[in-house]
Write a protein that binds this ligand. Structure first.
Ligand code: HEC
Ligand SMILES: [Cu+2]
Length: 361
């Protein structure tokens, strides 16, 4: 069938595929980094010492892997073309074993793997180091579908600072993260994976276990992250961000977070506070609100208005979004484990709740 086959059909399939790939690549860049062309979730652009350690290992292993790939694929192509059936009916030369070649292609890969093992094992040990003495210790619980961050303080656990989805850290200091695979309030065990690409590699949650990892950032800035292990319907809506501050600014942020919410409320805001105090504190903690029992089933709302986004860092903290969220959370985030209040509260009551939430600075 060699004769009548149009020669350019191969080109015609490949050109659109390659161009399409390039176009899609560009589109991803734009979606992630806006006009600047930066990739805020680029694991190959480390922004701290832990990520750099891992990147250095990649810089060694990747070129070796590319070399082996090109060599092996090249040899396959060579064999396919060189020894193809030429249509003249002669069988290929029959070969049975070649001790020298077999020894060679056993020893060379073994040496390559042994070579790669040296920096790999060294890096693994460095990553497993105990926390630095001045490390900031944060417990991170992966929930369905949001992140809870608890900053341990030496005193009473009641003084711990608890936030959701936005992890604030000081620059130049190690942050030692305890990934808790069991939600202590609900006892629900679900697998997640904690991943801030520019600050460190992934760490998977293991139900019932506490795993640890370290992250650190050199410069102030925001470093987006994402749950990287399928955990249910809204897995893709389980984002987060690390906000790195200068140490002095971080101390200020921390001191403020440790304070209860401002209690000066009147008018519509007082009405909102009352509704929250009745309807919402069964799941949400709002330190400073009288009826708040400090439960941690749902995100701590004590300083909610200071968070730029909510619901797994997917929605901007605007009045419209909040109104829509309280009316029907599942509509914005499928599978979200918060009940809809669109039927039990009037639109005016929800406005009051939103007005109150926006005072929680
Ligand atoms: C049955 C428990 C429950 C009740 C009651 C509840 N919520 Fe929630 N709420 C949740 C859960 C769970 C989430 C996290 C959902 C997610 O992000 O996937 C949440 C998230 C939120 C968020 C976003 C917080 C953040 O930082 O991401 C706000 C705001 C909120 N709820 C407000 C309210 C208000 C106001 C009420 C009362 C009218 C209320 N909730 C009642 C469970 C509850
Ligand atoms: Cu998850």
């Amino acid at each position: 069938m060699r004769a009548g086959r149009p020669r350019r059909s191969g080109m015609r399939t490949w050109v659109p595929v390659v161009l399409g790939g390039l176009l899609l690549g560009a589109c991803e860049t734009a979606a992630l980094g806006g006009d600047t062309g930066e990739l805020p979730m680029n694991a190959l652009d480390p922004a701290g010492p832990i990520a750099r350690l891992q990147d250095n290992l990649w810089n060694v292993v990747f070129p070796i892997a590319v070399f082996v790939f090109v060599l092996v694929q090249g040899l396959i192509l060579f064999a396919v073309f060189r020894f193809r059936d030429r249509g003249d009916g002669t069988p290929p030369r029959q070969v049975a074993g070649n001790t020298r070649l077999e020894v060679l292609w056993t020893i060379i890969p073994a040496l390559i793997l042994a070579g790669i093992a040296v920096p790999t094992v060294r890096t693994i040990f460095e990553l497993a180091d105990p926390p630095a003495e001045d490390a900031l210790i944060v417990e991170v619980v992966g929930k369905q579908y949001w992140w809870e961050f608890t900053y341990r303080t030496e005193q009473d656990p009641a003084d711990d600072v608890v936030t959701a989805n936005e992890l604030h850290i000081p620059t130049g200091r190690e942050v030692y993260i305890e990934l808790n695979g069991r939600d202590p309030e609900s006892g629900v065990d679900v697998i997640h994976s904690f991943w801030i690409p520019r600050l460190a590699g992934k760490a998977d949650y293991v139900p019932g276990h506490t795993r640890t990892m370290r992250i650190a950032a050199d410069e102030p800035g925001t470093y987006p992250g994402q749950c990287a292990e399928f955990c249910g319907l809204s897995h893709a809506n389980m984002k987060m961000v690390v906000v790195a501050h200068d140490p002095a600014e971080f101390d200020e942020w921390f001191a403020h977070q440790a304070e209860p919410a401002d209690a000066e409320v009147d008018g519509q805001i007082a009405e909102g506070a009352e509704i929250v105090g009745q309807q919402c504190v069964g799941c949400h903690a709002v330190d400073g609100l009288e009826t708040s029992a400090g439960v941690q089933i749902a995100p701590n709302l004590t300083h909610f208005a200071l968070r730029e986004r909510f619901a797994g860092y997917i929605l901007d903290t605007t009045a419209d979004n909040l109104h829509a969220w309280i009316t029907d959370p599942q509509d914005l985030k499928p599978g979200a484990q918060m009940p809809a209040f669109g039927e039990s509260l009037t639109s005016e009551q929800i406005d009051a709740v939103v007005a109150y939430l926006q005072t929680l600075e």
